[in-house]
Design a protein around this ligand. Structure first.
Ligand code: ZN
Length: 280
């Protein structure tokens, strides 16, 4: 590419960013959808290499069940817009002491065995998965990278001069994942989208709050709880998340159920038979 073309491309990139800032309310993002997929592929490869921190739980039967019956079911929701664009897939990480899940750009979602053992219904797991899908669809991670590196990365990528910053980010997985840690606003937005996504499925739409209700009832929402220390320091208060979800459900005219309900959109027995029984 000659110099003038490079300059033009850089200018266009900047204009695109400025223009998209005017049209979106959630901040700038210089990454395209195919950047998201490429970045996710690189991150996923790093995660798999790092098996001490992220040991993959080899249980094909369990993974297939969750993939086919819960993950794909949420993805079928008409509100999930980029299912054909992103490389949506799940992986299970063996660590019973972590009650969490996370997503990286491009559609890669990781569930800890600790979370799977802790939840007690398919709807609750669907709520968490829908929340993670929202982080991907709303591109929270790359928005964060854009903010972190600022305008310099926009110029360097546009000029094709220094793609090393993103490579560095992936290579240094721990720094990378720390940068990608979602803000409280992102968490709140993902809770909101979890409800939207579940509306189009067989699951109770408000199930994202079930995890927090169980934590509350088990006395695990206090800051001193070691299992959740990191979770609580980086996430909005679980009690606030329950009430925000309930406000949203009321606005949508959806009845308020909690995780103890036996409503037929919650699927506790199915979870016992098809998920819990397969976890060693
Ligand atoms: Zn989240």
């Amino acid at each position: 590419m000659n110099k003038n073309k490079k300059k033009l491309k850089a200018l266009l990139a900047i204009l695109t960013v400025i223009f998209s800032c005017l049209t979106c309310s959630t901040g700038i993002n210089i990454f395209t959808d195919s950047d998201e997929v490429n970045l996710g592929k690189q991150f996923d490869a790093e995660i798999r290499k790092n098996f001490k921190e992220y040991p993959i739980y080899e249980n094909k039967e369990l993974k297939d069940y969750i993939d086919k019956n819960i993950f794909r079911e949420v993805l079928r929701s008409p509100e999930v817009k980029k299912k054909e664009v992103y490389n949506y897939q799940i992986e299970i990480i063996k660590n019973d002491s972590i009650l969490n899940a996370f997503a990286i750009p491009g559609g890669y979602i990781y569930l800890y065995t600790g979370l799977l053992k802790y939840l007690d219904s398919e709807a609750a797991l669907a709520g968490v998965i829908a929340h993670e899908i929202a982080h991907v669809e709303r591109r929270h991670a790359t928005q964060k990278i854009t903010t972190y590196y600022g305008i310099s990365i926009i110029l360097s990528i546009a000029l094709g001069e220094n793609p090393s910053q993103v490579t560095e980010l992936v290579a240094n997985l721990f720094t990378g994942l720390a940068i990608l840690a979602n803000s409280r606003a992102n968490e709140d937005e993902s809770d909101e989208y979890s409800i939207k996504y579940l509306l189009g499925t067989r699951f109770y739409p408000g199930a994202v709050k079930f995890f927090f209700e169980k934590l509350r009832d088990d006395g695990l929402v206090s800051k001193g709880s070691s299992k959740l220390a990191t979770f609580l320091s980086t996430h909005p208060d679980p009690i606030d998340r329950i009430s925000s979800a309930e406000k949203r459900l009321k606005m949508l005219g959806i009845e308020i159920l909690d995780y103890k309900s036996n409503d037929n959109r919650i699927f506790k027995d199915k979870y016992k038979i098809n998920v819990l029984s397969k976890l060693k």
